[in-house]
Write a protein that binds this ligand. Sequence first.
Ligand SMILES: C[S@@+](CC[C@H](N)C(=O)[O-])C[C@H]1O[C@@H](n2cnc3c(N)ncnc32)[C@H](O)[C@@H]1O
Length: 219
Amino acid sequence: MEKFEPKKQRTSVRNRAIAIKAFRCKNLIAVIEDPTDISNIGAVIRNANALGVEKVYIVDPLKALPDDWQELREQRAISKTSVSAVKWTFVKRFDSTELCLDHLEKQGFISAVTSPHVKGKTNVFLHEGDYTEHTKLAVWFGNERQGISKVAVERSEMCVAIPMFGMIESLNLGTSSGIVLYEVTKQRRKYQSKYRRGQQKGARAEPLPTIMPRDDEAL
Ligand SMILES: C[S@@+](CC[C@H](N)C(=O)[O-])C[C@H]1O[C@@H](n2cnc3c(N)ncnc32)[C@H](O)[C@@H]1O
């Protein structure tokens, strides 16, 4: 059933939805591979939404999630852990890593995996990478225990690592998604503020803003 929202609240939600549109990173997808902890799924969706990532794909071989987006949005656990971000984020599930990669590649997406370890052909530290090179980019995050799969690494252009300085081997999945996606979206927002892609390709006469005023600043 539709939740009742007063008219004023509905208008401010609509205004916010319009205002954020220009800041969203087009053709950027965050992929979570075989996540087991619902709070991590919620955290990645929340981070993706907050940072302006266009979509979230979830590889879910155990079929723990519903196929239907609407049903997924209504799942209490995800809605709660993502603090309702799932309501505002496009989320799609896949039965396997191969199927997700097939879908991405068919749409012209290039994949980049993330791992604390050296994997695959090209390994970069987060701050050294250029995430604007490819118009369509999918950034992969691995399972909490096994990390990213061999298949995903093999079909990816690069492996990105957040530098580590502690005694532990890795960061938490939700935390690493926030750190990685912050850098990737920052670079892509800066790029799309200066250049158009697609048919109207080229430099803009005036760069677009890359920062959104906060609600209290806009008053
Ligand atoms: C808890 S970690 C998995 C640890 C696993 N033992 C491994 O070997 O990767 C879950 C996911 O978070 C991301 N991650 C964690 N630490 C990272 C780091 N330092 N750099 C990049 N990604 C990291 C990766 O996507 C990783 O697959």
